[in-house]
Design a protein around this ligand. Sequence first.
Ligand code: AMP
Length: 185
Amino acid sequence: MSRYPRAVCVYCGSRSGNEPAWKEAAAALGAGLAARGIEMVYGGGNVGLMGAAADAAMAAGGRVTGIIPRDLEVREHGHRAVSELHVVDSMHERKLLMAKLSDAFVSLPGGLGTLDETFEILTWRQLRFHDKPIVLADIGGYWQPLLDLLNAQVEHGFVDPAHLSLMTVVRSVEDVFAVLDAAGP
Ligand code: AMP
């Protein structure tokens, strides 16, 4: 029987932030994916949490596929030591390929790019362009202000509460795996 999910997309910061717990979570996620034989798909950088997750997955013998736009390859330091690095022409191509190659999505702490990626994949699910699990890893309460905003959006009548349940919020990497392990195709 083939494993599900076969590949998981990780969205996270190209910086590490200022709490060691975030880098530790990125490394634990990468290593945990490798230990389960799940391919890690990500933005292809070797910096910040992206690099920490990819390095840990590779060190644990996992398969890591990076996807990076040509223009960013130099700026964001394309990772040369991953299993496969796709260099694509645009950010749109990158995000589409990351989505296509993945069976589920996990967002760790990150910056504007992580927000953009998380909400793009969430809105695509809201519009029924896909029905793959999305997990927001609220490590150390990093995403709490965002969750407050989302709840306010529901309260003010701009967001259907059912659409918020298209993204599962967890507090630890262990709980990310609990969600992934329970997910079915
Ligand atoms: P960040 O969370 O801003 O550190 O970025 C995390 C990832 O998102 C990196 O791979 C960035 O290349 C990517 N990214 C940054 N800005 C954008 C954007 N405007 N749209 C999509 N992805 C972005």
